[in-house]
Design a protein around this ligand. Structure first.
Ligand code: SF4
Length: 304
């Protein structure tokens, strides 16, 4: 790579190879080698991803967004994790597959796209899930065309003021929707196997923020206007818990109410969005945030 334009930040810096080296980094503060915080079976994704045995999640440290309320703040902003080689990353995939993972679920992968591409040079025996905050460039999605079978982007904002205030990305909606449409062009309609496990396709997630129903309705309008039944899955999430720097933003420093969720769910029904998921109230607990303690990374990490 010469200069980094992987994501819409377009930092155009020549990123250093390892965080241990001196050199430059961009907005995501990351070197080129992946830093991984946890690699384990995960049972809290959508049922078609987690299935019965779990998704093989690989949580990457760092992020190209900087959501003030991030539920994974310890790894996204504090970048807690272990730097590993590309070969070790591939070995981790096979460790997870040996444990029974239905897929390999790459969480916040964007800033490590080049390492991920190398790690997937040979195809895996299970689908690869690209689980992203949604702030992606169309050319990066296209670059990954033959590597990714399942796209799992957030669509966090339709409102650019909210995108600016909470994620420092005022062009989020324009970028994320262009990327989502490219993802759909690449995979086509979603397909489940006979056990209800996703083989390929696109799931768009939206996390409702407290007091931001207009933002949520804008996202739902976009989904209803852009996709027909049978094309993609949509996941309406109520698990928001104030975390990270949410205390500094009083209007989002609380969980969402039952009334807010009911209104969003009713609007989704009214628009006829039927392919997808809604979430139980019990999901809004910090206990659902996994331990970012190097599980699955540390014990067999090779020296690099
Ligand atoms: S991946 Fe990181 S360095 Fe590259 S453009 Fe995005 S934020 Fe900047």
């Amino acid at each position: 790579m010469s200069v980094c334009n992987i994501c819409p930040r377009r930092c155009l810096v020549e990123r250093k190879w390892s965080v241990k080296n001196s050199g430059r980094v961009g907005y995501c503060q990351s070197g080129m080698l992946p830093v991984v915080s946890r690699a384990a079976l995960h049972h809290w994704e959508e049922p078609c991803i987690s299935g019965t045995r779990g998704a093989g999640t690989v949580f990457f440290a760092g992020c190209n967004l900087s959501c003030v309320y991030c539920q994974n703040y310890d790894i996204s902003e504090r970048r807690k994790g272990i730097e590993i080689s590309i070969q070790r990353l591939r070995d981790i995939y096979f460790d997870l597959i040996a444990q029974g993972a239905h897929n390999i679920d790459l969480v916040t992968p964007t800033h490590y796209v080049h390492a991920i591409f190398q790690s997937l040079k040979e195809p895996l025996p299970v689908p690869v899930v690209y689980n992203t905050g949604g702030y992606e460039s169309v050319h990066t999605v296209a670059f990954l065309k033959k590597k990714i079978q399942i796209w799992l982007p957030d669509l966090k904002y339709s409102d650019s003021d909210a995108a600016k205030r909470y994620s420092d990305a005022p062009d989020y909606f324009q970028r994320a929707t262009a990327a989502i449409e490219q993802m759909y062009r690449q995979t086509g309609d979603y397909e489940l196997d006979s056990h209800g496990i996703l083989k390929k396709g696109l799931i768009v997630r939206h996390l409702i923020l407290p007091g931001q129903l207009k933002n949520t309705k804008g996202v739902l309008d976009y989904i209803a206007d852009t996709f027909d039944e049978g094309q993609i899955l949509f996941s309406l999430m109520r698990q928001y818990t104030p975390y990270g720097r949410a205390e500094e933003f009083p209007e989002i420093n609380r969980k969402i109410t039952d009334e807010e969720y009911a209104e969003a769910e009713a609007y989704m029904e009214e628009l006829g969005i039927v392919d997808g998921y809604v979430q139980q109230k019990e999901s809004a607990k910090e206990a659902f945030i996994p331990a970012f303690d190097g599980t699955g990374v540390r014990e067999t990490a090779r020296e690099i």
